[in-house]
Design a protein around this ligand. Sequence first.
Ligand SMILES: NC(=O)c1ccc[n+]([C@@H]2O[C@H](COP(=O)([O-])OP(=O)(O)OC[C@H]3O[C@@H](n4cnc5c(N)ncnc54)[C@H](OP(=O)(O)O)[C@@H]3O)[C@@H](O)[C@H]2O)c1
Length: 270
Amino acid sequence: MKIAFIGGGNMAAALIGGLVARGVASSSFVVVEPAALQRETLRERFGVVAIESADLDALQGSALCVLAVKPQQMRAAIEGLGAALSQALVVSIAAGIRSGDVSRWLDGHRRIVRAMPNTPALIGRGVTGLFAVSGLAEVDRDLAARTLTAVGEVVWVDAESALDAVTAVSGSGPAYVFLMMEAMQQAACTLGLDERQARVLVLNTFAGAAELALRSDEPIALLRERVTSKGGTTAAALDVFEASPLRAIFVDALCAAQRRGAQLGEEFGK
Ligand SMILES: NC(=O)c1ccc[n+]([C@@H]2O[C@H](COP(=O)([O-])OP(=O)(O)OC[C@H]3O[C@@H](n4cnc5c(N)ncnc54)[C@H](OP(=O)(O)O)[C@@H]3O)[C@@H](O)[C@H]2O)c1
């Protein structure tokens, strides 16, 4: 099966790496990537064919094409490729860009899935929201899910607008987690621990707590209550958190990200 990538940056490399690790032959891939250094890196790391610009002959016959350019680059990158990709399931991972715009730029192409991965995909621990245009065949949905499963978990959504919420939660989410880690590390230093001690304690607390929650079927609130004995140290800290508008701040922040996702679609979908 021939697999094309338009854009060979970070996300493309993560996906190609995940697919190769799952046994997809390097010779299946053709990657369109204008940056010479990046093309060289892709050839060296994965043994794939990497070309400078979209060449109809090179793309023709692709069964799958992943669109992995920045939202603002999308239109210029794919306009005019409709004929070359006529046999392909097209999976776009660009934030905000709507399936209708991708279809228009690809001369009315109908087999489209939008995907919103996140950066832990780089280490195979991502999570991706997926949306299929109406009428998409089950085999195409399976192919899209199998492709993104190569770099982590997948979650399907029924409405395209829900992808802006996915972007706000998991697409941008790693940055919120890094912010919380930073804040906790700074607090740890304020308590007298040094930077290195604080880093080890904080990172492993996040990783361990997340792994514990992932391995449990119980609600997250219950896990929190279980480590919070009445009158204890955890309760003392949680009382401070809950007395602040922390939960409302999360809602405001995620709403801002969701709105920005919708704006990007408006801005770059023209
Ligand atoms: N990173 C994330 O957390 C994340 C999460 C979810 C979704 N995404 C989406 O994934 C997409 C790719 O992100 P990324 O982080 O992989 O970006 P990236 O590293 O900048 O990769 C994009 C690549 O596409 C190349 N490109 C530009 N114009 C092109 C064209 N006309 N034809 C072919 N390739 C072209 C760029 O080359 P130049 O550098 O020379 O411009 C760059 O190497 C974005 O749309 C983003 O919204 C990213």
